[in-house]
Ligand binder design. Structure first.
Ligand SMILES: Cc1cc2nc3c(=O)[nH]c(=O)nc-3n(C[C@H](O)[C@H](O)[C@H](O)COP(=O)(O)O)c2cc1C
Length: 344
């Protein structure tokens, strides 16, 4: 353990670090973390914190986001992530988030897409900590939910550790309850959103340093975490963060995180099984179809369950061939392919 600077010792005495309830979360991802993938993630981890895809503040207020805001209580704890920069609109969104039963409200300060940049929200907001502070204060004033911010370690030329620290300090003053830090900077020009998730190098050390220097804040690490080993390592680091958020890796291979509740929360079951997750998803699909939904809405998210598993390639082929025409029997057939390679 590195020595704690004197001002931090005082800070620790005044605000002893707490163990936060949500040590593992699944990142908000547009086109991915809809209610169907969230049902899958919940089957993998009973304890993780889930997020909606980013919903635009204007869409929430105009009623255009109904589909994105609907959820099943089984998905809780669930955070509504909003993209906007107007404190008044965000305050109204906060009331709606609370009325609908979300667990927390999160402001997106990390998205670098050109539409978001031109609308002056997402990662662009890191250039305006005062505006983010006003937004957080407005949201806090309008609801009693925790209000959190998801951001990058930097944006464009504003990418020194001290720039991020200033951002965090200013937003903390407004009462922000947690910072979820994607440990790479974003370039607002010249890189696509996808490149902005891969090209700028990861600097998780900046996030651990932030936790070391601001021990009373809830600081979560995001970016490039590929396994439950890596989740545990970040939570057991000398400068351990309070939580770890995983995005692409859990979407690609959900069962790589099957032991996360056991390892992160000490749950007695060693790991969830593929069968359990598949059964849950079959039941979820049955109810969704009964309510008028399409099997494909769900099946497009479950390919990852078959990754690298015996019979998995055949199962994926069954789903791919059925495509949008998949029905419940397609799903059962795909599930039945698992372990098929083992049968003589
Ligand atoms: C397809 C896709 C969509 C995303 N959409 C959002 C989003 O709506 N809101 C957000 O804050 N981040 C979004 N992200 C970024 C992720 O939340 C996360 O910060 C990023 O993928 C890094 O984490 P990872 O390396 O664990 O994937 C998205 C990422 C992907 C791959």
């Amino acid at each position: 353990m590195r020595p704690v600077p004197a001002f931090d010792k005082l800070s620790v005495l005044l605000h002893p670090p707490r163990v936060h309830a949500y040590r593992f979360s699944v990142a908000p991802m547009m086109e991915r973390t809809d209610r169907h993938f969230r049902a899958l993630a919940r089957a993998v981890s009973k304890r993780c914190l889930l997020y909606t895809e980013m919903v635009m503040g204007r869409a929430v207020l105009s009623g255009r986001a109904e589909r994105d805001l609907a959820f099943d209580p089984a998905e809780l704890p669930l955070v509504m992530q909003v993209g906007d920069n107007d404190p008044g609109r965000l305050a109204q969104c906060a009331r709606i988030a609370q009325d609908r039963g979300f667990t927390e409200l999160n402001l997106n300060c990390g998205c670098p897409s050109s539409a978001v940049r031109d609308g002056a929200f997402g990662a662009r907001l890191m250039m305006e900590p005062g505006r983010v502070a006003d937004a957080v204060a407005a949201m806090k004033g309008a609801c009693s939910l925790p209000v959190t911010v998801k951001h990058r370690i930097g944006v464009d030329e504003l990418d020194r550790y001290e720039d991020m620290l200033r951002f965090v300090d200013v937003v903390t003053e407004a009462g922000c309850d947690a910072f979820i830090v994607h440990a790479r900077k974003a370039w607002l020009h010249g890189l696509s959103p996808k490149e902005n998730r891969n090209v700028p190098p990861l600097r998780p050390q900046d996030v651990h340093r932030l936790k070391r220097e601001r021990p009373s804040l809830r600081i979560e690490l995001n970016g490039g975490i590929e396994s439950s080993d890596a989740v545990v390592a970040a939570l057991e680091h000398d400068d351990a963060v309070d939580g770890v958020m995983v995005g692409r890796a859990i979407y690609r291979d959900p069962l790589a995180f099957a032991d996360v509740d056991a390892r992160v929360y000490g749950d007695p079951e060693p790991a969830v099984t593929t069968e359990h997750v598949l059964e849950t998803m079959l039941e979820h699909t049955r109810r969704w179809v009964e309510g008028g939904g399409r099997v494909h809405d769900v099946s497009r998210h479950i390919h990852g369950l078959f990754l690298g598993r015996p019979g998995g390639r055949k199962a994926r082929r069954v789903l791919a061939e059925a495509g949008a025409g998949a029905d419940l029997s397609t799903l059962r057939r795909a599930a039945g392919m698992l372990n098929a390679d083992r049968t003589p």
